[in-house]
Design a protein around this ligand. Structure first.
Ligand SMILES: Nc1ncnc2c1ncn2[C@@H]1O[C@H](COP(=O)(O)OP(=O)(O)O)[C@@H](O)[C@H]1O
Ligand SMILES: [Mg+2]
Length: 261
């Protein structure tokens, strides 16, 4: 059984004008995707393609207008509460920095998932320190406030918080779009290591092929709410079928090579 199954999912938002009978704004149309346990899936598409909407549906924050999302065969939003979902799948939001309360010290923010789940003892400082070390952060940063961290450190902190409840699946919505090439490189290394060490499955959402090329084995191209192409990442990128995919690949320079140290 696949870890994640998106089955003929459509999402229609009411149009802002509220006009009746207009049919609404179709953010996703008949999207189907699967991800096996331990696998990695890239989703790329331009701004407005429906990427964040898809991420929200997978974690149960939005409900599909049609179709179903299943995690381990269980229908998201119907057979599982949000609290149960939190232990299986986590989303690292597009605006990672904005997802940590600016008034909370980092250590307190990282203990939050445990507090919310009633697992307070797991949020002790030594445990938080280990979580931070695992993503390459000094435990000393636990006492700092978000604005006292660099962009890369904050991104790592958000990933650490997302991994606190040991989900099987991590969704990263444009995880490094605000970071420079060197920090992107570091985040790629971190996600690769967590995939190897924990058998973590992940979905990487991006508007270009840079990170996805290196991090994912399967790829889906989202264009105006529809999956127009899907397959093994290498195959899709080396022999794109759809004209939109060809344009996407042509427009993006490769990331700089990995550097020693
Ligand atoms: N909560 C919402 N209400 C109304 N329309 C929305 C909402 N969220 C997204 N949309 C619309 O859905 C479409 C896809 O948006 P989004 O999923 O954010 O795309 P992406 O993440 O690929 O940039 C856009 O037209 C956007 O305006
Ligand atoms: Mg988005």
């Amino acid at each position: 059984m696949p870890l994640l199954e998106v089955e003929n999912v459509s999402k229609v938002f009411p149009t802002r004008s509220g006009s009746r009978g207009a049919g609404g704004n179709v953010a996703l149309h008949n999207v189907s995707l699967t991800l096996e346990k331990g696998g990695s899936l890239g989703i790329i598409g331009e701004s407005g393609a429906g990427k964040t909407t898809l991420a929200s549906l997978i974690v149960g924050l939005e409900r599909p207008s049609q179709g179903k999302v299943r995690l381990d065969g269980v229908v998201v939003g119907e057979q599982m509460t949000l609290a149960e979902m939190a232990g299986r799948v986590q989303l690292v939001w597009q605006d990672a920095a904005g997802s940590i309360d600016p008034r909370m010290r980092i250590g307190v923010a990282l203990a939050e998932p445990f507090r919310i789940q009633g697992l307070k003892e797991r949020g002790r400082p030594d445990a938080i320190g280990r979580m931070m070390e695992e993503v390459g952060l000094s435990p000393a940063l636990a006492r700092r406030y978000p604005h006292e961290l660099s962009g890369g450190e904050l991104q790592r902190a958000v990933i650490a918080r997302a991994l606190a409840l040991e989900p099987a699946l991590l969704i990263c919505d444009e995880p490094a779009s605000a970071l420079d090439a060197r920090l992107k490189r570091q985040i790629i290394g971190l996600l690769e290591r967590l995939g190897d060490e924990r058998g973590l499955s992940y979905v990487i959402i991006a508007h270009d092929v840079g990170m996805v090329r290196e991090l994912t084995s399967e790829l889906a191209i989202l264009y105006r709410g529809e999956v127009v192409e899907t397959g093994p990442t290498d195959a899709v990128l080396s022999d794109p079928r759809h004209s939109y995919t060809k344009r996407l690949i042509a427009s993006v320079p490769r990331l700089p090579r990995r550097q020693a140290g």
